[in-house]
Ligand binder design. Sequence first.
Ligand code: 6PG
Length: 286
Amino acid sequence: MTESVPAGEPEIVVVADPSAASEAAARRIASALAEAATNRGRADWLTTGGSTPTGIYRRLAVAPLRDAVPWDRVHLWWGDDRFVPRDHPLSNVMPVDQVLLGVAAYSGQSGSGESGIDIATGVRPGAPIPIANVHAMPIAKAIGEGYGPALAAARYDGELRALAATGGLDVASGFPVFDLVLLGLGPDGHLLSVFPGSPIWDAEAWVIDVPAPTHVEPHVARITLHPSVLGVARRILVVAHGAAKAEVLATILGPGRDARRWPAQAARRAGAAWILDAAAAARLAS
Ligand code: 6PG
């Protein structure tokens, strides 16, 4: 399969600090989801892992942004996840459960009202995405039933293809079209769980299992979407902050292009926005 080659340049938005980056990203996400829900009747959002999304989720979970999105029409998918239980600290689903959806406030632990959004206060916490619209990779199920990442990846692939077959997702150049893809940037220039030099580009599948990387943490097996989904996504948002990302960003947004060597360049395209804080943007050519 030929990968879709990214073309054009993204919008680069530089803001003061991580908090401003989360704020800017959350606003754009709210607006992209509302727009897709209006245009298509549903909004399919492929989200990311790592530490970056937590501040973004926190803003989407409360007014005013919480009230700006028709959450019942939002479908949440994961671009990648680690092969750990859903409530494990390394899970890419856990921040969604805890921060975006605020599920703890609905649980048997609820009742103290400590957080101010606790259900006991009468205020429904979190973004009200129907549980049937939260499409976590079936990793908890795989662990519970004793099968591995390859079968879990195949099942997620099947879920996406079944939706595409009934018209819920468009397919372009052989890949599913998400309304919005949120991405973080790895210190080695990876995104999704597509690492430099990964053979995944040649895969036919939409969803692929990835052996535990040894060069970046955490050293756990992953499941990832094919990076070619980035070539066909309606909108892409890359968010990165901190000085540790400055050097790799200078390379990724620099003169050369080779997405197999620098996977994050798959998101370097027209129609994408990269939201960086000043520390991360410090080495970019002005
Ligand atoms: C994962 C990812 C990965 C992540 C980046 C950035 O490892 O599961 O989804 O691509 O987004 O490594 O991580 P931080 O947000 O922690 O910097």
